[in-house]
Ligand binder design. Structure first.
Ligand code: SF4
Ligand code: SF4
Ligand code: FES
Length: 327
């Protein structure tokens, strides 16, 4: 099936969504997505950040769709034409979506563990308005424990349902979910302290904001002062392929690896995540890839090494002798 997104045409298999097709082209046309997650079935359709304009429904029926549609839930049709970043109406509507997502959101970034790797920060920066029109009282919740390793800051939750689907699909016994509806909706376990299974920690990794935080990492370090490396270990429960966040020799936290869309590649078990916090527990593979635009890439040695190589190449081309080789 042929689909054109922001003027770029691509062939995709039947059943591909507009968002997936856009990701196949690349980040220059891919809409942001806060609730869709490629590893979770039936995710998407909640946040509306991925909206696009379908200016031609298909080759057979070229009528445009009257309203912007959620690209994560809309399948492409042959000959469909889609506009995302080149469409002013979409950008304006997305600004409104961000305003809604931030209606109840606290100004916690300076103390929030997610800062620096938060999808909502990126979304607000790239698509948000400078101010809000909302004048009413914001929803407020107490911070609560969900199990002995996870804290829930419901104030920061955007109700994307990713954690609910993760618990549903990769653990045997989901014990939390969204209760109530509308502006009374909240993530709840009914009885606190009850998430307890081998893969429960993955809800932290899928949360696009700082609503579910790792209690073993809380307030330990700003993420941009840590060095993420890809590492693995022999694990009987999961693949053991993880991302280990170092400060010097200290392992500050262990997470799943994420792909270029910040979505988990493979879910990891709680033993890898919480019980192996020594560098000797891991076989280090090398620096994790970090998006150049990310604050974590500041002084990231993956880039420093590239820079050093470039400098050495230039020195060689110019006939300079390296400082340490000078007589
Ligand atoms: S979740 Fe993101 S936007 Fe919200 S306070 Fe934390 S870092 Fe800031
Ligand atoms: S806690 Fe996080 S993952 Fe769960 S619904 Fe809220 S924002 Fe989404
Ligand atoms: S990513 Fe499509 S609606 Fe949330």
């Amino acid at each position: 099936m042929k689909v054109t997104i922001d003027g770029i045409e691509i062939d995709v298999p039947k059943g591909t969504t507009i968002l997936q097709a856009a990701r196949m082209i690349g980040p220059e046309v891919a809409p942001p997505a806060m609730c869709y997650h490629s590893k979770l079935k039936t995710s998407g359709g909640y946040c509306r950040t991925c909206i696009v304009k379908v200016t031609q429904g298909s080759a057979a029926n070229p009528t445009p769709m009257p309203k912007p549609v959620a690209s994560c839930r809309t399948e492409v049709m042959d000959g469909m034409v889609v506009e995302n970043f080149i469409n002013k109406e979409v950008l304006e509507a997305r600004k409104g979506v961000v305003e809604f997502l931030l209606i109840n959101h606290p100004l916690d970034c300076p103390v929030c563990d997610q800062a620096g790797e938060c999808k909502l920060q990126d979304l607000g920066y790239e698509n948000g308005a400078a101010s809000t029109r909302y004048e009413f009282k914001r929803r407020e919740f107490e911070v609560i424990d969900i199990g002995d390793k996870i804290k829930l800051h419901m104030n920061r939750c955007i109700l994307c349902y990713r954690c609910v689907k993760t618990a549903d699909q990769i653990t045997n016994d989901r014990v939390h979910g969204v209760i109530s509806r509308g502006d009374a909706s909240e993530i709840s376990t009914y009885i606190e302290n009850v998430i307890d299974n081998d893969f429960s920690g993955n809800v932290i990794d899928v949360c696009p904001v700082g609503a579910l935080t790792d209690k073993t990492f809380r307030f330990k370090q700003r993420v941009w002062f840590t060095k993420p490396v890809d590492a693995h270990r022999d694990c009987k429960v999961c693949s053991g392929k993880s991302r280990v966040w170092l400060k010097g020799e200290e392992v500050l936290r262990v997470t799943a690896r994420k792909d270029q869309w910040d979505e988990v590649e493979e879910f990891i078990c709680n033993s890898c995540r919480y019980d192996h916090k020594k560098t000797s527990d891991w076989v280090i593979e090398g620096p994790s890839p970090v998006n150049r635009n990310s604050v974590i890439s500041q002084n990231h040695y993956e880039h420093l090494n590239q820079l050093k190589l470039q400098v050495l190449k230039q020195q060689k081309a110019l006939g300079f002798m390296p400082l340490d080789k000078k007589p």
